[in-house]
Design a protein around this ligand. Sequence first.
Ligand code: PEP
Ligand code: MN
Length: 456
Amino acid sequence: MSTTTPDATSVPRLLSEQVEWPTLPALQQPQWPNGDEVYRVRAELAAAPPLVFAGECDVLRSRLAAAAVGDAFVLQGGDCAERFSEATADNIRDRVKTILQMAAVLTYGASTPVVKIGRLAGQYAKPRSNDTETRGDVTLPAFRGDIINDFDFNPESRTPDPQRLLRAYHTASSTLNLVRAFTTGGFADLRQVHEWNRGFIANSAYSRYESIAREIDQAMKFMLACGVDFESTPLSGVEFFASHEALLLDYEQPLTRIDSRTGNPYAVSGHFVWVGERTRQLDHAHIDFAARIHNPIGVKLGPTADPDEVVSLIERLDPNREPGRLTFITRMGAGNVRDKLPAIVRRVTETGAKVVWICDPMHGNTFESSTGYKTREFDSIIDEVRGFFEVHRDLGTVPGGLHVELTGNDVTECLGGSEKIIDADLEKRYETACDPRLNHQQSLELAFLVSEMLSH
Ligand code: PEP
Ligand code: MN
C-alpha cells in the first residue's frame, strides 16, 4: 500500500470487463492480502447491473453545461466518508432533505435553478495522508473507507478485505433506490417544502427556513390559482444525481460499461465522479480512468495546483471542449483563495474551455482543535466561499456551485455557526469517520449566506 509511491495497477483484465485498462501507476490503492479474491470480486462487479445509466449522466452533463454559463448553480453535498452501518432510511432521508432545503433556499433566494448532486451511494473510499495510524505503541494500517477496511482500531478490522467492494456495491444500490424513491415519489415535490423541515431541531435556521417555505407555499398557491398544472411540471419531482470520488480503481474499473447507444464507456457507479487532490497526476491511472469515461467528471484543485498543469488536465480530459464535461472543484483554503485562484481561472479562460467552477470550502480549512479533533471553522468556510465569488466576479467568470461535507444530523464536528459550537462541544456528537461535516443547522445557514452572495 502506498500513499507517496505509486503501485502499478496490477490486476489483469478480465474477459468480463468491458474496457481494457492500461497498467499505470496509481496512488492511494490498498494492498489487498489476496490477489485472487480481488480478481473474483472484480468479475462479480463486472457482471452486476449498472447503478446509474448513461442517459442520466448525459442529462447531468447538460445541467452542468448550464451551470458553466451561469444559468444554474450546482449544490453537491454529503458525507466525507459514507459508512455501511449508517446507510439507514432515516440518515439517507435526512441528508436528502437537507440538500433539498438548501436547494429551495438557493432557488428561491437567487431565482436560479439548482442542480442537486448528493455525495452519496459510492463515497466509501478515502485517500489518506499517512498509510498507517499509531495509537500508543500500536501501529496499524490507516482507515481507508468502508469499501477497503473497517474503522475499529484492531489488526483484523484494519486489514483490507476485497469482499467489502461487493458490500459497497449493494449498499450503494439500496441507497440509490431510496434516493430515487424520495426524489421522484412525491416527497421532493415543492408542495412538501414544509414537510422537509419536520423532524429537525427547531432553531434559528429552522425558523428562517419556515418563513421561506411559507413564501414558496404562497407562490405555489398563486400559480395553482392561475391554472398551472403541477402534475405535468418539474415541480412535482426533482432531479437528483449521485456522485463520489473515483478513488478505488478495483471498484470503478469493473463498474464501467459500454453504452449501447453510442459505444462509449461510462462509469456506472455514479452519475458524476471526481478525481481527488492527491491522485490527479497527469500520467497516472486515475486521470486515465477519467479521460476514458464519458460521464461528467470533476477534478479537485488545491492551493499547490499549477496553472499550466491545470491546462494539461483540460487537454487530457476535455479535448473537445464539451459543455458540462469538466468541473474544477477548487479547495484553496480561506487564506489562499484570493491569491491562488485568479491565475488558474485566467489560464483556463484563455484556453476557451467552459468548465464549471465549484467551490469546496471544506478541505482547505481543516485543522486540529485544541481538544484533538479534526475540525473546521464555519467562518473560514464562509470566507472561502466569499473569496471564490469575489475572484470570479472580478474576472468575469462564473461561480458555478458549491461542494460541501454535510449531514442532516445534529452533530458537533465543525466550529461556529449561530449555535456557536466551541472546542469543548466537539466531543458531544463527533460522529464522522473522516472529515468534519456541517450539521443540519450550519448547512441551512450556509445556504442562506450563499443565496445572498448569488443574488448580488
Ligand atoms: C474529500 O473530498 O473528502 C477529499 C479527500 O478531498 P480532497 O481530494 O480535495 O482532499
Ligand atoms: Mn473529506
